[in-house]
Design a protein around this ligand. Structure first.
Ligand code: HSE
Length: 440
């Protein structure tokens, strides 16, 4: 049988890696797919540079629509990124009856419902393993490996750049800026690093994970997104003293009132495997009723690491493209007519535990006032740490840091308690609040 023809949109880091790995492993891939998989046409902004990468046997064009409209091509690989041109190209490819493989998390988190509906109507596949934690087959694990389970929560370190920054800050005492510059030099960061450090990249991925874990539409706009730019080195150090590491977590949790979908810095116990996912690596924990807790670990970025996911999708599509569309794995794991309308909860409704840091006047009765407010708000305290001012650099002798760990409570309860504590004249700075997850 002739190889299946693939059109590649974009031959930067991911496209280049995909081309190279597909070529290098073509025999193994063919044995798996049952048919050769060949990139026959490439769209690139820099045609001359692309030609030097792919050689003369592959046609390189500057117009990506020429690839999407090519009748000989059956699968389009979209790795140009973004949500404008990429969306037009993907929608056109679907309209032309082509299957699509994409690593574009922003596109799917923001426009996935429209993309999947169009694909379903046309009977084509849109595969996206490369959109989340590239080297880790987490889409397949959630969508197929755990399909016998009721999934309770997914919690993941799903942005390598921020994990690298947090690890370097803690390990080497680097400043945020130096660690970010290193992450960029190593190629982990997005073109616009704001996406990484402000949590949007992780929120795109968490949105996709929530959809396939619970069978709800993708709802990026309802995700709570908080990055690491406000995180102080002091909190990383205090957390460590209390037996925790701070990680930027993407969390999707099912509760009896709705789904929590949130990205924010989070204290997690050092004894959890996830706390030991360091550097640019990604790690994802899933709790489900039958399998219990499972964990997945691997590189979350990189040329060939992303290629690994893109090619796995190409193999899946090649195996299944002649199958009846109704027999294929649904895009979001659940059949389109069996999706749930369980709401994504506003942050005021989430339930979690907290780390609080209060810079207070070192006076009699301050601790009693603070703990009194928490008791009145029905918030139970788990641990308290008070540092003497001479142990904290940059703190005046008459001041001290009070660190409190709480048990679970509703975010709205904590908001109200923080407002009362903040109003105390002995509380001298804005109270730091970081959420904490025990992950059990
Ligand atoms: N910038 C992303 C990260 C890469 O740092 O994880 C892939 O999404």
């Amino acid at each position: 049988m002739n190889p299946i023809q693939v059109g590649l949109l974009g031959i930067g880091t991911v496209g280049g890696g995909t081309f190279a790995v597909l070529k290098r492993n073509q025999e193994e891939i063919k044995r798996r797919a049952g048919r050769g998989i060949e990139i026959t046409r490439v769209a690139a902004r820099n045609v001359e540079r692309a030609k030097t990468l792919v050689g003369s046997a592959v046609e390189v064009v500057s117009d990506p629509f020429a690839v999407v409209n090519d009748p000989d091509i059956e699968i389009i690989v979209e790795v140009i990124g973004g949500t404008t041109l990429a969306k037009d190209l993907v929608m056109k490819a679907i309209a032309n009856g082509k299957h699509v493989v994409t690593a574009n998390k922003a596109l799917l988190a923001e426009h996935g419902n429209e993309v999947f509906a169009a694909a379903h109507a046309k009977g084509v596949m849109v595969a996206f393993e490369g959109a989340v934690a590239v080297s880790i087959p987490i889409i397949k694990a959630l969508r197929e490996g755990l399909s016998g389970n009721r999934i309770e929560w997914v919690a993941g370190i799903i942005n390598g750049t921020t994990n690298f920054i947090l690890s370097e800050m803690r390990d080497k005492g680097l400043s945020f800026e130096t660690a970010l510059a290193q992450a960029q030099a190593l190629g982990y960061a997005e073109a616009d690093p704001t996406f990484d450090i402000e949590g949007f990249d992780a929120a795109h991925k968490a949105t996709i994970l929530a959809a396939i874990a619970f069978g709800v539409p993708v709802q990026f706009k309802r995700a709570h997104v908080e990055g690491i730019t406000q995180l102080a080195a002091a909190d990383i150090a205090y957390a460590y003293q209390l037996g925790y590491r701070i990680k930027l977590l993407g969390i999707a949790k099912r509760t009896h009132t709705g789904i929590e979908l949130r990205v924010h810095p989070t204290l997690i116990p050092i004894k959890r495997l996830l706390a030991n996912v360091e550097g640019s690596m990604n790690g994802i924990m899933v709790k489900s009723d039958a399998a219990g807790i499972t964990m997945y670990y691997g590189a979350g970025a990189g040329s060939e690491q992303t290629a690994s996911a893109v090619i796995a999708d190409l193999v899946d599509v090649t195996r299944l493209h002649t199958a009846d569309a109704a027999q294929r794995v649904p895009h979001l794991a659940f059949q389109p007519d069996a999706m749930s309308d369980t709401p994504i909860l506003p942050m005021s409704h989430i339930v979690t535990s907290y780390y609080l840091r209060l810079r207070v006047a070192d006076q009699t009765g301050v601790l009693a006032k603070v703990t009194g407010i928490l008791a009145q708000a029905d918030i139970s305290i788990d641990a308290v740490l008070q540092r003497e001012s001479d142990e904290i650099s940059g703190v005046e002798a008459s001041q001290t840091d009070l660190i409190i760990l709480t048990h679970d409570c509703k975010e709205s309860q904590m908001d109200a308690a923080i407002a009362l504590m903040q109003a105390l004249p002995t509380v001298l700075q804005t109270i730091v609040r970081i959420r904490k997850e025990e992950l059990v």
